[in-house]
Design a protein. Sequence first.
Length: 459
Amino acid sequence: MAGESMTGESTADEGPTTVYVEVTTTVAAQFTAGYERMVRCLISEVDQLPAAPIRLVPVVATGRNDHRRLTESESSQLARHPAGGSNRRRADRFGPLSPAVRRAAALPVVGRSRAIISNQRRRMTTSPTLRGLQLGIPAYGSVWLDLEPAWNDPAPRAELLTRLAAEGVHSAVMIADVMPELHPEWFDEGQRRLFGGWLDAHLEHSGLFLCISHNTEADLRSVARRRGFTHELNCEVIPLGAELPRSEGEPERPELPAGIGRFLLVVGTLEPRKNQALVLDAFERLARRHDDLGLVLVGRQGWMVDELAERIRSSPLNGSRLAWPDAVTDQQLAWLYRNAFLTIAPSHYEGLGVPVMEALGHGSPTLASTGGALAEAGGGFVETIDPTDLDALCVAVERHLIDPAHHRALVETAGRYQPRAWAEGATAMADALGRLATTDPPGPGHPHGLHRNGGHRPD
């Protein structure tokens, strides 16, 4: 059904369906990690699709019940991929409070977007430009998309999605994983509570679940049943790209110690489930026998890893054969993938494992654990490892160090990998959202179909 929002956005019958996509966290982020990469790449590629059935309108939160479209500066910022992997701890300036501040700053949105939202709220009262960007009521039949993790968004999804449904707005969500439900030990109580509320709201209201892997889809369906949602979910698996964004310049060597030698590469935010400690253990054991072996860790410091981070910083090998470079650019990451002796993905669990795909796309021989969807990401082009078996990892790495033929075979295997492009995922996402928009919009008291312990709500 055609209609028009308070902002003048047209609805699906008059052209592509308007999809409002939340980017508060991504715009606030001053780095590029996995989620930020996905959000930026998918939005950019959808914008370039010919005759796409949807038109994305990125928005940011300005308060508990308010969103607005982006300024020109924010749109430019959304298109950039700032260096990622920073190991600096700005929270350290808070002295005795530093550990608590670091834990808060490590959460999605907290410490990054709330300050921006507060500033926006103050500016909104005086800036005609920002007032003119206020979203108002989205058009009937349009779509709201949570493409980024909005657990900490000022607008609780139980309130926002209920209000949008009452206005006839579809809702959809990207699900990277449901780890706080599957592995609560890797998250603190606040994270688990926020995630649970966010997930329940989408299970109640959303008509489309975009999943980054078949593994994530299966986990989502299992968790939904466990939480009492019995209706069949409308899920679409969206293939993610493996190519780094196009940019000027050739791969660039980051600043590394001169004696780094044949180095192992691990890419990912330091957090419990990423399991970097396993590779660090193996490296310290093997470094005594192989004096040309190095280790490079790329990833910012996340939550619940203070001891691991301090262990890295205080290691006697740090600065000589162990490196944790700060703020790695895409050109530097490309260089690391191309020059790594082995890329290792030791995670206990991954919703997919884009670093594995990136590594293979750059021809890097890769060892990947059997955790979560990593086998799906590796697609038979990786050598698998047990994320709990230190001895087995040491044996696997050492065989590559002493057996050139074995190592060459894995290099050749990586060279046969055909990476997927972000455009493929953008097409799949646009098509799925376009199909959602052709269904009857929700209405007051009629979310997209779910409630606990009973399937569809009665008419």
